[in-house]
Ligand binder design. Sequence first.
Ligand SMILES: [Zn+2]
Length: 283
Amino acid sequence: MTPLTLAIDVGGTKTDIAWVSDVGDITAIARIDTAAAGPNLLEEIVNAVPRSKIDDIGVIGVGCGGPMSPGGEQVSPLNIPAWRNFPLRAALIQHFGCDVNVENDAKALALAEGRFGAARGISNYVAMVVSTGVGGGVVVDGRLLDGSTGNAGHIGHIVVNPGGAPCGCGVRGCLEAEASGTAITRMTGRPASEAEISVRRRTGEMVGRAIASTASLLDVESFFIAGSVALGYGADFFGSARATARQFAGLSFVSDIRVEPSGLGDRGPILGAACVAWRSLKP
Ligand SMILES: [Zn+2]
């Protein structure tokens, strides 16, 4: 039986806390304004959980922005300046006294896509977020890839436009610098949601380029994309991304690339956090 699971999705704008059942039922506990909480974020998370329930919690899962050290022992989310090398896992263990797992939020989403979303039954896929930033989680042979430092899946830093827009990582032309909501606002001078059709298609094209390279590298044909930019741009985005991916992936084993919306909608991040919690459970 799955123990009582506390899921925490730490985002740059908001932090959600909820109970999640093993069939994906979500019972919200609290939503915290991350920026307003500032250095008190951990305290606000702890105080939001009802005291009467703390002894019943079996496991806690956290999805959080990167970068982070292996196992999420120390997190330094780009969007949360108050947390630099912050010992999130140890702090939660200290407060709640139970097993705690912390993972990059895009990797968490990939786990949820496989368990509850559009990737159910699929052993090889990439889950992506195209939103304020661009992130990804890669599942190959049924296993979420971690990499040497736990940071596998940073598809937002594949160069799709050499010499293009400067990226936060120091390089020019990364997917994140060309297709994220932040990048679109910088290029158009307007909120990403108000972009005209040519921008929506170009965004899809940039994502399609990264998908083509990733597909060939990993022998993966299924890509599921969440995030406000991708889902908000809808068919203009997905049609362009799919066509570009197929154009740039020439090998026979990636001739049928699928680029589809996430099957999780806005439930993805919190379900992802729950899947992170369950990663350590023995089957
Ligand atoms: Zn970059």
